[in-house]
Each structure stands twice: as C-alpha cells, then as structure tokens.
Design a protein around this ligand. Sequence first.
Ligand SMILES: Nc1ncnc2c1ncn2[C@@H]1O[C@H](COP(=O)(O)OP(=O)(O)OP(=O)(O)O)[C@@H](O)[C@H]1O
Length: 341
Amino acid sequence: MTTTDTPAPRADAPPRGGEIICEDVVRIFSADGIEVQALQGLNLHVAAGDLVAIVGASGSGKSTLLTILSGLDTPTAGKASVAGTDLLTMRGRARVNYQRHTVGFVWQQTSRNLLPYLTALENVCLPMSLAGNASVPHAEQLLRLLGVEHCRDRTPTEMSGGEQQRVAIAVAVANSPQVLLADEPTGELDEATSVEVLEMMRAVNAELGVTVLIVTHDPTVSEHVRRTVQIRDGRTSTEVLRRRETDEHGQEQHIAEEFAVLDRVGRMQLPHDFVDALELKDRVRLALEPDHVGVWRDATNDPKPAPEGDAPPSGGSNDQAGTSGADGTGPTEPPAGEETR
Ligand SMILES: Nc1ncnc2c1ncn2[C@@H]1O[C@H](COP(=O)(O)OP(=O)(O)OP(=O)(O)O)[C@@H](O)[C@H]1O
C-alpha cells in the first residue's frame, strides 16, 4: 500500500458539502411483466452541509432513493443531481469517479462496509489507495475523529458492532466526499450504541462539513438530526424540523415542528393521523382563507346536520383537517408544529 503525506483535513476547514436535488424523480422496476413504481415523482432538496434523516415505512422507496443517490442505479425519469453531478446522464468513468470521490456510503451490514482480513487502518487506507493518494496520517486522524484510534490494528472480528460502524464512517469519508449516504447505519446496533454512531455522524458533518443523508427505520435517529423527511408511497410527504431555543428562564428547549411537503405543482399528502381522525376519504372540501387553507370531510352523503358556526364553503360538517397559511400560522392559529400534529 503506497503512502503519501497528504495533509489531513483541518477541523476548522470551511464546509465543503454537496447539494442534493431531486425533482419529480420516478423509478419504475419491471419484474415478471409487472411494473412497480418505487418512486412516484419524488422531490427533495438537501442544502450543502446539512444533516438529514429519511424515514418511511417498509417499501416506501427509501433504499431506491439511496441507491440512486449513490450512483448504483439510475432514475427512470425526473432530475437528480448531487454536488452538481447529473445522475441521469452520468456514464462509465464518470460514475466510477462519482462513487470514489463525490459520495461515501455506510451500509447497514458491517460486512458490506469493511474487508474482514484488513485492519481498521488498512480499511481506511484502501479507498485512498484506489484513488492513488493513500495517507496513513490522514487515516489515523479519521480514526481519532471517530473515536476508534484504539482499533487501528484490529480486524473487524476484533471490534464491537459500534466500533465497526465508526470505522465504516472513517472509510466512507476517507476520500473527502462531499456527501455521506448511510442506509440503516444503526440497524444492527443496540440503542446506546446507535446513539454513539449517530453522534459520530454529527461529528463528521460538523467537523468535515460533509452533507449527510441517513435512511432509517429507527425513530430515535430523527432526534439527532435537524431535519427528518418522511417518504410515503415513493414521494416526500412530511418533514420535521428540530431546533434548540433558550426560553426566558434560560432553559434550553427542544422545538420540533412538523410540515407537510408541497411539491412544485401544489400537491401535498395529509398526514395519516389527520386522515384517520376525521375519516377523510375519496374527496375533501377545500376553502382558501386569508391566511390558511381549510380542509373538510366531504359530508355530501352524511346524515348528520352541519353544526352552526365555522362551516365549510358549501355545506357539510365543520371537521377541519388542517390549516396552512402563507407563513404557516395565523393570528389565532397554533404554531405550525402544533397544527400538523
Ligand atoms: N429491483 C427491484 N425490482 C422490483 N421491485 C423493486 C426493486 N427494488 C425495490 N422494489 C420495490 O420498490 C418499492 C420500494 O422499495 P424500497 O426497497 O426502496 O423500499 P424501502 O422503503 O427501502 O423499504 P425497506 O425499509 O423495507 O428497505 C417496493 O415495493 C419494492 O418491492
């Protein structure tokens, strides 16, 4: 293995994350004459240097999205670019370079991330060697950043699951990618170890400036990221944004606000619990108000008389499903986060 003294990335290096843009991405699989539309016009924008979790039920299209973003698959239609690389037109050598330099991956199965007969240091040096610039000092610095310098000379079987995933993160960022993609990185770990690995993802995001996208079933993941995007039926449906605020008593508050995602042509998916709570189905009544949109159950065939007061535009019940104004709030409305829960 060749070694050169390439300077290691500085902890105070400026952010160099890549932007992720998906517009109306469609992926159709054909198997045994049956077509499955795994992504049905998915829209997603992740800003450079952001840390985002993608959540969703099994079969919602998460892995399909990640496989496209990692350059292992190509969308059937739409637009997708990562760090300025167009993923639909990328071919041959450009694809290899993209996978080697632009993106790094961490997969759920530790066996897929690390070669079992190499030590942690050798595993981290390997992608650098393939790119022609292996640097032992850089690999050692990454192992230190991930808190696994003590595993330097151990093979994967001599490490715990959490240590293996930390080394896997070091491998994934060895060639200084602009985007780090992780597919269920905590899927095989217990809760405490999962938290450690997620904190390491945050550290890599903060220290190296790399954009991080984590696909997961794990609900605790969303507590560790600023933004969680939910995919439903191959489309982005809702988002939760988290931030910390200090209240008037000097106490730190964790604020989580949930938003419905509106696509470029104005489509949105109502959260399941809203639909269930008001028994919405087939069609709903809509009303444009000065600062919000009202959504009502279609009561055309409803035997119940409509109550007085805040009535829908042309009769029916006043079961209001949700509101969203230009700024998401109105003078008498609760904050956006409370509106959608
Ligand atoms: N290669 C394929 N051929 C045919 N259908 C596929 C293929 N890959 C995925 N699908 C289908 O596309 C849909 C989305 O699958 P995907 O694996 O992206 O979902 P997911 O959200 O990652 O699910 P999970 O959380 O269970 O991994 C599913 O209906 C799946 O059966």
